[in-house]
Design a protein. Structure first.
Length: 150
């Protein structure tokens, strides 16, 4: 699990398909479509940020999308998914997220573990359900205690 994450969060990065694994500036060769801010505004409410280089949509307590920029150029897009969401609310979020991603052109989602997820609601849902965050949320209390142990 990545530092700063809680057990119920599943992180994905939205990157151009041509980006190399581990690339720290995957948007260097091309930028997202010009409508990306409006598309994010339609998906999640904007939140205040502690940095002028970081734009945030959503909240720490639910879904959240962080966009890091340098001199108005996108450097990274992090999507943090709340696996505690009920399926009936998670499905429309995955649909909106997939549509937002597809509007950016030839992109994929990648996990910190190297998983590549196609930008569709079905692929996102499948990745979420296979994640450690999903297993943690839907585990029994005894299983949760095992997750929490060092």
């Amino acid at each position: 699990m990545k530092p700063g994450m809680t057990n119920w969060q599943f992180d994905l990065h939205l990157v151009p398909r041509a980006a190399q694994p581990g690339d720290r500036d995957p948007w260097r060769a091309r930028q997202p479509a010009g409508s990306w801010r409006r598309d994010l505004d339609a998906l999640l409410p904007r939140a205040s940020s502690w940095s002028r280089q970081l734009s945030i949509w959503g909240t720490d307590e639910s879904h959240r999308i962080d966009v890091w920029e340098h001199e108005r150029r996108v450097e990274s897009i992090l999507v943090r998914i709340d696996a505690r969401e009920p399926v009936e609310r998670l499905a429309p979020f995955c649909q909106g997220l997939g549509e937002l991603a597809q509007a950016q052109g030839d992109v994929v989602f990648t996990s910190p573990a190297g998983l590549v997820v196609e930008p569709t609601a079905a692929a996102l849902s499948e990745a979420i359900c296979a994640s450690a965050a999903w297993r943690f949320v839907h585990a029994s209390e005894a299983e949760r205690r095992m997750f929490a142990e060092p």
